[in-house]
Design a protein around this ligand. Structure first.
Ligand SMILES: Nc1ncnc2c1ncn2[C@@H]1O[C@H](COP(=O)(O)OP(=O)(O)OP(=O)(O)O)[C@@H](O)[C@H]1O
Ligand SMILES: [Mg+2]
Length: 501
């Protein structure tokens, strides 16, 4: 089952092939002209493209589709259909990166087989690519912390769409990291050397925002004393990030729609448009569908922006990530007076893990910053946490000695990068003290020195190995590559685990 884009100017042919591919279980996007097909490539990111080489009576269009399909991320495999006897053009298509070609007339079975082969080929390529990319990109999203499955999905999406020019809508509650995601998208794209310009659409009244975005000509309104370049133009070659898009006025919404459609801007007080090459990212924490129903948000703009959406989970939907985030912010903040790294007691860590975090990561970050300023000897105690958090805790019974220091997740920076699942989830850890065990998903903790160092290290090692395994879907060969050890060493380390302890 794959996404297949099909383009041929013979309608009956398109209908037949579409039906056959749908019967074979594929999702098919049929087109009968190259212009719509080109738009379809961006919108549907197909895995396989089947195109007639002669489209709209010229070969250039078929070759253009081929090139654009190869430039998608990930590139689509292209099957080219050529007229009977035109072997030279087939060769040319193959040179330009087509996966295969079929001569007209062909049997539907032949085409079906060709699609199957193209798909297995795609898979082999992308696996290889995936591994290489994983090693290379290791530190590129290092600011975005999370190993929960939900954040894993976000990372995968970022990797998939960062290096395209697609407009992307980033959705999520306040404080979930929408701006961080926008930055990750820009700095992992080919536009990274050009400007990234964030604009908060709710911060300015309509007319000021208009001239900020589009610029104005001197004298076009009172106060316009000089010509001004708009932010769209400032962002030329790069990315503009329209934050809080939900609060944009209807007038500006229509102007934005025009920019997205025509790729050109008109300064206030000016008639000639300027062509711009800007990728648009937008974010909101408002339910746009409701705004559409209420008539305050344009539906056509919504569809333009929502070509690809990235949904950020709230922090309470990914509690597993709290210890990692805490570790990250503890390192980040340090003790304001001594510059010493901050620590936190297990009790305080548990309280953080149990809180609902309506303000999401931002609230957590602020809580740690505040506690870091209040605490003594660079150790955050339960009492240093915000009152709102402590009130909710009342009566829930905090076990464990108050002084125990929490063991922080190992290397949160590196662990944050991938959709690593907590492989040991649910299994009891060997942590001492029992009562103070961290919530599910937290790494094992030795808490006090009652656990021999050897066991502690062994446990950390196992978490690490299991993470790599979870990350590669249990594939030991890939896991060994990710870990930088031989397959034999991986087997040995894993079997040590099975020996009775
Ligand atoms: N996954 C994450 N890892 C590390 N820090 C994060 C993460 N998500 C958010 N933060 C931090 O939380 C704070 C809020 O993030 P950000 O400004 O991106 O949120 P937002 O979704 O844009 O919020 P708002 O809707 O209120 O504008 C920032 O300081 C950011 O660095
Ligand atoms: Mg924001």
């Amino acid at each position: 089952m794959a996404r297949v884009l099909l383009v041929d100017d013979e309608l009956t042919m398109v209908q037949m092939v579409t039906e056959m591919l749908r019967m074979a279980g594929h999702e098919v996007f049929p087109f009968t002209n190259s212009r719509d097909a080109i738009a379809g490539l961006e919108a549907h990111t197909p895995e396989v493209v089947i195109t007639d080489l002669y489209l709209d009576k010229t070969q250039a269009h078929g070759l253009e589709i081929l090139q654009r399909a190869r430039n998608l991320t990930p590139p689509a495999s292209v099957i080219v259909i050529t007229a009977f006897g035109s072997i030279e053009t087939a060769v040319e298509a193959m040179k330009s990166g087509a996966y295969d070609y079929l001569e007209k007339p062909f049997k539907l079975d032949e085409l079906n087989l060709c699609v199957q082969r193209a798909l297995s080929y795609n898979e082999a390529i992308s696996e290889n690519h995936y591994l290489r990319k994983q090693l290379k990109k290791k530190y590129q999203f290092s600011q975005l912390i999370g190993t929960s499955t939900k954040m894993g999905d976000v990372f995968k999406m970022i990797e998939r769409v960062a290096n395209t020019d697609s407009t992307i809508l980033i959705l999520g509650e306040s404080g979930t990291g929408k701006e961080l995601v926008a930055r990750a998208l820009h700095f992992n794209s080919r536009r990274q050397a050009a400007p990234f310009i964030p604009v908060n659409c709710s911060a300015l009244p309509e007319n000021l925002l208009e001239s900020e975005l589009f610029g104005h000509r001197r004298g076009s309104f009172t106060g316009a004393i000089n010509d001004k370049k708009g932010l769209f133009q400032e962002a030329d070659g790069g990315t503009i990030f329209l934050d809080e898009i939900g609060s944009m006025s209807p007038m500006l919404q229509s102007r934005l729609l025009r920019v997205l459609q025509e790729r050109e801007v008109r300064r206030v007080g000016e008639n000639t448009p300027t062509y711009i090459n800007v990728r648009v990212l937008a974010a909101t924490n408002e339910p746009l569908e409701e705004k559409i129903k209420a008539g305050t948000f344009r539906e056509d703009l919504y569809y333009r922006l929502n070509v690809i959406a990235i949904n950020l989970p709230s922090l309470r939907e990914r509690r597993d990530d709290i210890p990692l985030l805490v570790a990250h912010f503890l390192r980040d903040k340090q003790d304001s007076r001594t510059g010493k790294p901050l620590q936190i007691t297990r009790q305080a860590m548990e309280a953080l893990c149990a809180h609902a975090w309506p303000g999401n990561v931002r609230e957590l970050e602020n809580a740690i910053e505040r506690a870091g300023t209040l605490c003594e000897d660079a150790v955050i105690q339960l009492g240093d946490l915000p009152p709102s958090l402590l009130r909710n805790l009342a009566g829930k019974g905090q076990a464990g000695a108050t002084g125990d220091i929490a063991t922080l997740p190992i290397s949160p920076g590196a662990a944050a990068l991938f959709p690593l699942h907590q492989a040991r989830e649910g299994k009891p850890t060997t942590s001492a003290g029992g009562a103070g065990a961290l919530p599910t998903g937290a790494p094992p903790t030795a808490g006090t020195a009652e656990v021999p160092l050897k066991d502690f290290l062994r446990e950390q090692e196992l978490v690490y190995l299991n993470r790599a395994l979870a990350q590669t879907g249990g594939d030991k060969e890939k896991a060994a590559i990710v870990l930088g050890i031989s397959l034999a060493t991986l087997y040995r380390k894993l079997s040590e685990d099975e020996r009775p302890g």
